[in-house]
Design a protein around this ligand. Sequence first.
Ligand code: ZN
Ligand code: ZN
Length: 148
Amino acid sequence: MTGHTHSGTASAAARAPKLTRNQSLVLDSLAKAEFPLSAYTILDQLREEGFRAPLQVYRALDKLLEYGLIHRLESLNAFIACAHPHHQEHGHLHGIAAFAICDKCGLASEFTEPEIEDCVQHWTQKNHFHPTKTTLEIRGLCASCAHN
Ligand SMILES: [Zn+2]
Ligand SMILES: [Zn+2]
């Protein structure tokens, strides 16, 4: 399993050339954050940059989601920068975004496992289901919280 946290993705914005100022600012907040952020937390962080309304944040988030640079964690109603946005440079979205979310410290680790993808693809094809988005969220305790 390849797993990594999101602390090392601060340069994510630099790899995405066609973003508006607002989109870059929102992406930067998420890339710098240690933990997933809600839209309102992002708004609070960007007030100094001239953000005034939640809609400004939501618009930027929608585009960043569309570009595959961030993910939405449904169970937390929060957003997180993609751990490997470089996939975008090769013109394909990465497949299933899988997250292990710690309920104690809030750490969210994104990982990919080809087997998960194969498994989901197998089921959807067999059942003629046409998926538009798949997000896997595992809730529990991270390694360090489980041992403390
Ligand atoms: Zn991702
Ligand atoms: Zn933890």
